[in-house]
Write a protein that binds this ligand. Structure first.
Ligand SMILES: Cc1cc2nc3c(=O)[nH]c(=O)nc-3n(C[C@H](O)[C@H](O)[C@H](O)COP(=O)(O)O)c2cc1C
Length: 209
């Protein structure tokens, strides 16, 4: 059993990456082979609307034809049993590179058929982890519900974990802005974030059960 982890934050050792590592650790403890990709290490575009994935009789039918750094990652995901994507919220959405991944992951599966049949038949269990400055994940309910619905349509049961009010910098005094209370942020990072880490570990551990 193989679980792929995708870090959708450009930061390789902050909130999203830490939670992803905990989740992959949980999966590994339950016997999964795991692989972590940091999207920031790879150069790739979103869907190019070439429609090669829908071309009848074409060599790329049902798969993305674009051969950039994302191609082997997409192959790895589509052959896996589990997928965990951990990502920050950027301007009410996901970072552009995560959106690029989602387009390239979802679109080849879509056959535009009235009966809803997809090119993908493999069941892949999905975990989505969101991290954000916002104190309440309900701000992004529409986005998260939409992602859950799309992942469930293409792959399988999708669980969600949100870490809110995250610590953005280690030292707030070095950066502009008085919106955030550094003492509150630090306290929260020391008390709530470890609980989020435990939830991420549990998400990974139960992903393939
Ligand atoms: C470009 C940018 C845009 C952001 N936009 C939002 C936002 O719209 N809502 C929010 O709650 N947090 C926003 N944040 C904060 C991040 O989502 C938050 O700090 C997150 O935990 C960072 O994840 P990381 O530590 O894994 O990099 C933004 C951060 C950046 C850098």
């Amino acid at each position: 059993m193989r679980v792929i982890g995708i870090n959708g934050s450009p930061r390789k050792n902050k909130n999203s990456a830490i939670l992803l590592e905990k989740a992959l650790c949980g999966a590994a403890e339950n016997g999964a082979e795991t692989k972590l990709y940091h999207l920031i290490d790879h150069t790739f575009s979103g869907c190019r609307s070439c429609f090669a994935c829908k071309r009848l009789g074409g060599a790329s039918f049902g798969k993305c034809a674009v051969r950039d750094d994302l191609a082997p990652i997409l192959d790895d995901i589509l052959n896996a049993d589990g997928l965990i994507i951990s990502m920050p919220i950027y301007f009410g959405d996901v970072p552009g590179m995560v959106r690029n991944l989602m387009e390239r992951l979802w679109f080849p599966g879509l056959l535009y058929r009235k009966d809803g049949k997809l090119a993908y038949e493999k069941n892949i269990r999905v975990g989505l982890i969101y991290t954000m400055n916002a104190p309440d994940e309900r701000y992004y309910d529409a986005l998260i519900t939409s992602h859950k619905g799309t992942f469930e349509r293409f792959f399988g049961e999708t669980s969600i974990l949100c870490a809110t009010d995250t610590l953005q910098y280690d030292d707030y005094s070095l950066y502009t802005g008085d919106m955030f209370d550094p003492v509150h942020k630090k306290e929260r990072h020391q008390t709530i974030f470890p609980q989020d880490c435990e939830k991420a570990h549990a998400m990974g551990a139960s992903l393939l059960l």
